[in-house]
Design a protein around this ligand. Structure first.
Ligand code: BGC
Length: 755
C-alpha cells in the first residue's frame, strides 16, 4: 500500500480519530482531508456484511465457501487463489475494502474452538495455501487481513491468556506461516490477536508488531487490532498497532492526544500510523465497483468442497455408488443429510445465497429408491418439534429404531453424523462423536454391512471406537453452502476424492502432543510440546494414530517411481514419477518430508516441505517436480538469534502421506556459515568440537604450565573417559585445575578463538 501524497496535514486529534474505527465495521472519515470511511468486514470464507444495524452477527446473503478446515484439506493452492478472487469480486459488489481473513493460526490442539477456521497443524501447508488466497483476493484490489497475529491457537481465556512459547518454536511453527504470507503475498493488513504472547498483549507487543513484522519481514501494510483487542491505546500505538477496531473510541482517541501533548508518546509514531490508515483508504478508493455471478460462485464453492472431502476408508471398493440401478435402494440416515452442518459459529458465520443438502442431491443422483430417516435430534430439530431436554434420549431411541429398520431393508446405508457445533469463543471439550451418533453407527452397521459413514465436523473426531465396524468413511468437514452436492459428487463418483488430512486424527485425545498443556490455567498456557506440534510430536514419540497427517484415499491407485533430489542455489529440487495405476482419472497429492539424520539440534523426525497436487489420467505417468526453498530448510538457531541452514545429507522422503513414504532421495546441502562464538562459558567439549577451538586448546596446553611441568589439563583432554566426565565443564572453570589456564591465558584463547 503506498500513500498518495497531496492530502493536507492532519492535526493530532484527526490522526487519533483516523486510527480508530467510527463504528463496528468502518474507519473514521476525515472530511477536512477528503478521506472517506472504508468498510472492513468478515471473513474469511465469505463476505459477512452486516445486514441489520442492530444485529451485528447476521450478514447480507453471500456465498458461503468452505471454511478453512475444508480448504486446508484440498492441498491445492490454485483452488485457494480462485476462492480468493471470487471473494474479492463479492467484496467489490458489496463495497468492502478489506476482508478479515485468512485465519492462519496453527491447529495446536484438536480441542481448539476455531480449528474450523484454520488450515492445518503444519506451517508450510498453511502458508502456501493462505498466500494464494491473499493473492487471489488482492488481485481484485481488495485487501486481506492476515489473522490472528500471533499464537491465538485456543479460545479459552482468549482475551487475556498468555501463550508462553520458546523462541525457536515460535519462529519455526507459530510465526512461520505468517512470515511466508507477509513476505510472499504482502497482505494489505495484519490483524493482531487478542491474547498475550510471553506475557505481553499482541496488541502492545513491539517486538511482534514492529521488530519482527516490519523490521525483519518488511511488512508494508497496516496492523489492525482484533475487535476489542486493545487494552491500552497509547501502548498499542507505541508498539506499532495502527488501527484500533471497532469504534468509536473517543476515550482512546483523547488518550492519544494527551499522551502526545504530555510527551509520553512520540508524535511521529501516531503520524506514521495515521499515514498508514490514509494509505489504505487511498488504495481502497482506486477499487472499481463490481458484481458477481451467484450461480458461478455456488459452483466454485461446490468444486472446492468436493476437493476437500477426505476418503478415509473404502473397503472392498464400496464407493463410489452406482447411479443407474433402478431396482436398488439406498438408506440415507442422519439429520445432517437433510439439515447440513456446513460452517461454524461466531464472526465467520455467513448467510448463504442458497444451501444444498445431501439428501436432495442424493435423490437427484441415482435411479435407486432413497429412504430417509433422521436418526437423531439436533438442538434445532428438538426445539422445532418441542422435544424437551428430558425427552431427547427417549426420542432418539425411537429415531434410532426407525433408522435401523430402513438400513436393514436397503442395499446400502449412508449414515450422516458429526459434531454438534464448533464456535469461536469456546474450545471443545472432547473429540468423540455424540453418544446418539455412536449408537446409530453401531446399530446401522449391524443391520447393514454395506454402511458408509459421512462425517460433518469442524475439529477432528476420534474414529477408533466405531471405524472397524464400517467399510467406508468420508470425512466431510464443514463444507460451506454447496457441501450437500459435493458429498453427492463424491458418493457417486462424479468427483474422485483427493482431499488429504491437514491434521492428524489421533486414536484418542490424550495421545495428542498438546494434551498436557492445553488450555493452561491462571492466565498462562505453556506450549510444552515445543516444536513437536501435531504429526511432528506423534512421529517423535512413535505413536500410532488413527489416520496420519497427509492421508486420504482415492477411487484409483497411484504408484510412485524412484525419487531423485538435487541441491540448487535456491534450495532442493525433488523429482518423482507418479503413475495412475487404477481405472479412473484422479488427483494425487505428492508430499515431500525432510529429515536430517545426525542434526546438531533437536528436530521432528520429518517435516513437510513441499507438495504438489496433480491430476493424472488413467494409465498416465506424471513427472512431478517439487521445489523446496532454501529458507524452508532453516531452523531457528537460538544461540545466534537467526535462521541457519545446517549443512548435511538431507533425506527427502516422498509419498502419499506422512506415514506412507514411497521413495527417499538423499541430497547433500551446504550449510550456512553459522559458527557459534566460543566463550569462557562454552564447555570444554564445545571448544573441542570446534576445529579452531580444538587447535587452540591443543596448542595452549602443549606448551605446559608456566613452571615447565606437563599440563594436567592436557592429560585430561587426551583421556577419552575423563573427557566424558569433564567435557561439560565451561572452559573458564578449568582455571581451578591450574595447568596453565591463567586468566591471561584464557583471555588470549578467547581473542584467538573469535578473531
Ligand atoms: C474475531 C475476528 C473477527 C473480528 C470481527 C473477532 O472476535 O476474533 O476473527 O475478524 O471479531 O468480527
Amino acid at each position: 500500500v503506498t500513500h498518495t501524497p497531496g492530502h493536507p496535514e492532519l492535526t493530532v486529534a484527526e490522526q487519533a480519530a483516523l486510527t480508530s474505527g467510527s463504528d463496528f465495521w468502518h474507519s473514521t472519515p476525515i472530511d477536512s482531508a477528503g478521506l472517506p470511511a472504508i468498510t472492513l468486514t468478515d471473513g474469511p470464507h465469505g463476505v459477512r456484511l452486516q445486514a441489520d444495524r442492530d444485529d451485528m452477527l447476521t450478514g447480507r446473503p453471500a456465498t458461503c465457501f468452505p471454511p478453512a478446515v475444508a480448504t486446508g484439506s484440498t492441498w491445492d493452492p490454485e483452488l485457494l487463489r480462485r476462492m480468493g478472487e471470487a471473494l474479492g469480486d463479492e467484496c467489490r459488489a458489496m463495497d468492502v475494502a478489506v476482508l478479515l481473513g485468512p485465519g492462519i493460526n496453527l491447529k495446536r490442539s484438536p480441542l481448539g474452538g476455531r480449528d474450523f477456521e484454520y488450515f492445518s497443524e503444519d506451517p508450510v501447508l498453511t502458508g502456501i495455501l493462505a498466500a494464494e488466497w491473499v493473492r487471489g483476493l488482492q488481485s481484485r484490489n481488495v485487501g486481506a487481513s492476515l489473522k490472528h497475529f500471533a499464537v491465538n491457537s485456543q479460545e479459552t481465556d482468549r482475551m487475556r491468556v498468555s501463550a508462553d512459547v520458546d523462541e525457536r518454536t515460535l519462529r519455526e511453527l507459530y510465526l512461520r506461516a505468517f512470515q511466508r504470507v507477509v513476505t510472499q503475498a504482502q497482505p494489505w493488513t495484519v490483524m493482531c490477536a487478542y491474547n498475550r504472547l510471553n506475557g505481553v498483549y499482541a496488541s502492545q507487543n513491539r517486538w511482534l508488531l514492529t521488530d519482527v513484522l516490519r523490521g525483519e519481514w518488511a511488512f508494508e501494510g497496516l496492523v489492525v487490532s482484533d475487535w476489542g483487542a486493545v487494552a491500552d491505546r497509547v501502548a498499542a500505538v507505541a508498539a506499532g498497532l495502527d488501527l484500533t477496531m471497532p469504534g468509536p473510541a473517543d476515550a482512546g482517541d483523547q488518550a492519544l492526544v494527551d499522551a502526545v501533548a504530555g510527551g509520553q508518546l512520540d508524535p511521529a509514531l501516531l503520524q506514521t500510523s495515521a499515514d498508514r490508515v490514509r494509505a489504505l483508504v487511498d488504495q481502497a478508493a482506486t477499487r472499481e465497483p463490481g458484481s458477481y455471478d451467484e450461480e458461478a460462485h455456488h459452483e466454485l464453492a461446490r468444486e472446492i468442497a468436493g476437493r476437500a472431502i477426505v476418503l478415509l476408508k473404502n473397503d472392498g471398493g464400496l464407493l463410489p455408488l452406482a447411479t443407474d440401478d433402478g431396482s436398488a435402494s439406498v438408506a440415507v440416515i442422519g439429520e445432517f443429510a437433510r439439515t447440513p452442518r456446513y460452517q461454524g459459529g461466531g464472526s465467520s458465520l455467513i448467510t448463504p445465497t442458497r444451501l444444498d443438502d445431501a439428501l436432495t442431491e442424493i435423490i437427484a443422483s441415482t435411479q435407486a429408491t432413497v429412504n430417509f430417516a433422521p436418526g437423531y435430534l439436533t438442538g434445532d430439530t428438538a426445539a422445532e418439534e418441542g422435544v424437551t431436554q428430558a425427552d431427547v434420549a427417549a426420542e432418539d431411541q425411537d429415531l434410532l429404531a426407525e433408522a435401523v429398520a430402513i438400513a436393514g431393508a436397503s442395499d446400502v446405508a449412508l449414515v450422516f453424523v458429526g459434531s454438534m457445533g464448533e464456535t469461536e469463543g469456546s474450545d471443545r471439550d472432547g473429540i468423540d462423536l455424540p453418544a446418539a451418533h455412536l449408537e446409530l453407527i453401531e446399530q446401522v452397521a449391524a443391520a447393514n454391512p454395506r454402511t458408509v459413514v459421512v462425517l460433518s465436523n469442524g475439529g477432528v473426531l476420534a474414529t477408533r471406537a466405531w471405524e472397524a465396524g464400517v467399510p467406508a468413511i468420508l470425512e466431510g468437514w464443514l463444507l460451506g453452502q454447496a457441501g450437500g452436492s459435493a458429498i453427492a459428487d463424491v458418493l457417486f463418483g462424479r468427483v474422485n476424492p483427493s482431499g488429504r488430512l491437514a491434521e492428524t486424527i489421533p486414536l484418542k485425545l490424550s495421545d495428542h502432543p498438546s494434551y498436557l498443556d492445553f488450555p493452561g490455567e491462571n492466565g498462562h498456557v505453556r506450549y510444552g510440546e515445543g516444536i513437536h506440534v501435531g504429526y511432528r510430536g506423534f512421529d517423535a514419540r512413535e505413536q500410532e494414530v488413527a489416520y496420519p497427517f497427509g492421508f486420504g484415499l482415492s477411487y484409483t491407485t497411484f504408484e510412485y517411481g524412484q525419487a531423485s533430489a538435487a541441491a540448487t542455489i535456491d534450495g532442493i529440487e525433488v523429482r518423482i514419477p507418479v503413475t495412475n495405476a487404477g481405472d479412473r482419472d484422479g488427483r494425487e497429492v505428492v508430499q515431500v518430508y525432510l529429515s536430517l539424520p545426525g542434526s546438531a539440534v533437536s528436530r521432528a523426525p520429518r517435516e513437510l516441505k513441499a507438495f504438489a497436487n496433480v491430476a493424472i489420467a488413467v494409465g498416465q505417468t506424471a513427472d512431478v517436480v517439487l521445489s523446496i526453498d532454501r529458507a524452508d530448510l532453516a531452523y531457528w538457531e537460538t544461540r545466534l538469534g537467526r535462521w541457519v541452514v545446517e549443512g548435511g545429507e538431507y533425506h527427502c522422503a516422498v509419498g502419499a502421506s506422512s506415514r506412507d513414504l514411497r521413495s527417499t532421495a538423499v541430497v547433500k546441502v551446504p550449510g550456512d556459515d553459522a559458527r557459534i562464538p566460543l566463550t569462557a562459558g562454552s564447555t570444554v567439549a564445545e571448544w573441542l568440537a570446534d576445529p579452531r577451538g580444538a587447535r587452540l586448546l591443543a596448542e595452549a596446553f602443549a606448551a605446559g604450565s608456566p613452571d615447565g611441568e606437563p599440563s594436567p589439563i592436557a592429560g585430561m583432554l587426551a583421556n577419552p573417559s575423563l573427557m566424558e566426565f569433564i567435557g561439560s565443564f565451561p572452559l573458564g572453570r578449568m582455571a581451578a585445575f591450574g595447568g596453565g589456564l591463567t586468566p591471561d591465558a584464557l583471555q588470549r584463547l578467547l581473542v584467538a578463538a573469535n578473531d
